[in-house]
Write a protein that binds this ligand. Structure first.
Ligand code: FES
Length: 151
């Protein structure tokens, strides 16, 4: 009888250890996997071809205005300066990655998250952004606006 109890004990203990081990392992996996997926950025950060034809016609962009567009899986901003020139930048703020916007009242690009300001060359001029916006190349082909990654 005692021999049976001793023989059964390791099996029961082994089962409990296995159960707790796999439960703990499953729990850790269930917690750590989403955290790791959140922390690791997605692999493609921009347009695969590096060139995007916008669904906006050049005459739809009025002077002293800006429009957000999709450049790959990131936002871009197309600006027509008060002088009438078209310019484009990545719309991802260089501070903490908020999307910037054009402020016609200030005639420059602004980030609402922490009051960051960029001039019409994308240069950071006030607030916390540490670097200029990434410039993009704008070309008009007839009624099309084509934006490409800068050199
Ligand atoms: S994210 Fe743009 S100013 Fe902070």
């Amino acid at each position: 009888m005692a021999d049976q109890a001793l023989a059964a004990e390791p099996t029961r203990r082994g089962f409990i250890n296995w159960f707790l081990g796999t439960t703990a392992g499953a729990f850790l996996l269930a917690v750590l996997y989403p955290v790791a997926r959140y922390l690791v950025p997605p692999p493609a950060g921009e347009s695969a071809s590096g060139t995007v034809t916008l669904p906006i016609k050049p005459d739809e962009v009025k002077p002293n205005s800006g429009q957000i567009f999709k450049f790959g899986n990131r936002p871009g901003i197309l600006v027509r300066t008060p002088a009438g020139e078209l310019r484009a930048f990545s719309a991802v703020c260089t501070h903490l990655n908020c999307t910037v916007q054009y402020r016609p009242d200030l005639s420059h690009i602004w980030c609402a998250c922490h009051n960051g300001h960029f001039d019409l060359n994308g240069k950071n001029i006030a607030g916390p952004p540490p670097r200029p916006l990434e410039p993009l190349v704008v070309n008009t082909r007839g009624a099309q606006i084509v934006v490409a990654k800068g050199a």
